[in-house]
Design a protein. Structure first.
Length: 329
């Protein structure tokens, strides 16, 4: 009713003016599983669309310990020094209030978090990878509406996560450790192929030389892959997040990528394609939610489950019957 409408207006104004308290509150609403919260969130998102700042969405992945949070702190500060407004999100489906997260419960990126033009949001807690991804995509819209023009999306390299983050970003950066000989074998071909750039981190101290040889090995390995549709040739670089080295080159690389892909139309095309994918995924989400939350369905499902377990009906027939009933309700 009117109350909700006022609340949506309050949130929209807060997000548009980058009132970080309201922004955080709006993100919490997006992350909430409650139906009434979701309804407000949808209205808020509708108001935000069209007010988004032009942004670059950058995915950053790598195994635990590679230096993701250290890198994001240093890289984030470099971007701030260039007048950018930086938001950091993470996609970590393991994060959960009781279990704790792979990315750690300690306050991460504390010094970046203190900066005026930086905004850091930990991964939404609980839920499937699909759920976390959906919330993250909606949060990106809010952040862009609030004026953040660099969105860094971090994930732990554990397989499925990378694909999910790839699907919501413009540029995908893979962080690796020096010691290519062993590393090359552990690396999943699919993840290498997704990367627009590989940065070998911790290229400092006695790791400088191994980092350089890792760089050569990765460059060679990348040449085995077919060129990307967008004409971009993935780059391999070294950096040190603690010593602040190589970060400027990584930023130039990203700028070059954006220039190229905007010129050849690939930037827009990728975002459109991603939107189409999000549409499909969201439809799937809504349908499944409506189905399983339907009171008749949940009752009928437990009856059918027992019948399937007792061998009275096949799982296939049971599923057909249940969906048929749902269509008729
Ligand atoms: P994450 O798990 O990928 O987020 O990794 P962290 O950022 O927490 O870093 C893991 C460890 O590696 C920490 O002890 C960091 O201080 C260290 N580290 C991160 N970046 C560098 C680097 O560039 N050089 C060196 N020598 N150590 C680093």
């Amino acid at each position: 009713g009117t109350l909700d409408a006022n609340f949506v207006d309050h949130l929209t104004q807060g997000v548009l003016t980058n009132n970080t308290t309201v922004l955080a509150q709006a993100i919490t609403l997006i992350e909430s599983a409650k139906t009434e919260h979701q309804k407000i969130a949808v209205k808020l998102l509708e108001k935000c669309i069209g007010h988004q700042t032009e942004s670059i969405r950058i995915g950053i992945t790598g195994v635990p310990g590679v230096g993701k949070s250290t890198f994001i702190e240093s890289f984030g500060k470099l971007l701030l020094s260039k007048g950018k407004r930086v938001a950091v999100l993470s996609v970590d489906p393991s994060s959960n209030e009781t279990k704790g997260s792979i990315l750690g419960d300690k306050v991460r990126m504390e010094s970046l978090a203190k900066e005026q033009h930086a905004f850091i949001r930990p991964s939404p807690t609980g839920g499937s990878l699909g759920g976390v991804a959906r919330k993250t995509r909606e949060t990106i819209i809010l952040l862009e509406t609030a004026g953040y023009d660099i969105i860094l999306i971090e994930t732990v390299g554990v397989g499925q996560n990378e694909t999910t983050v790839r699907d919501m970003t413009d540029f995908f950066l893979l962080l690796k450790l020096p010691g290519a000989g062993d590393e090359l074998q552990g690396i999943k071909r699919g993840v290498m192929e997704m990367a627009d750039a590989i940065a070998i981190n911790k290229a400092d101290g006695h790791n400088k030389k191994p980092a350089e040889s890792a760089k050569m090995e990765f460059s060679r390995a990348l040449h085995l892959f077919a060129a990307k549709d967008n004409g971009w040739v993935p780059k391999v670089m070294t950096c040190s997040a603690v010593e602040n080295k190589g970060l400027t080159s990584i930023w130039s690389c990203i700028e070059n990528f954006v220039t190229l892909s905007k010129e050849n139309g690939f930037f827009e095309q990728t975002r459109k394609h991603q939107n189409k994918k999000w549409l499909r995924e969201h439809i799937n989400h809504i349908l499944l939610r409506d189905f399983y939350e339907h009171p008749d369905i949940s009752k009928a499902l437990s009856v059918l489950e027992k019948k399937v377990v007792d061998g009275e009906i096949t799982p296939f027939r049971a599923a057909e019957n249940l969906v048929k009933n749902y269509r008729e309700t």
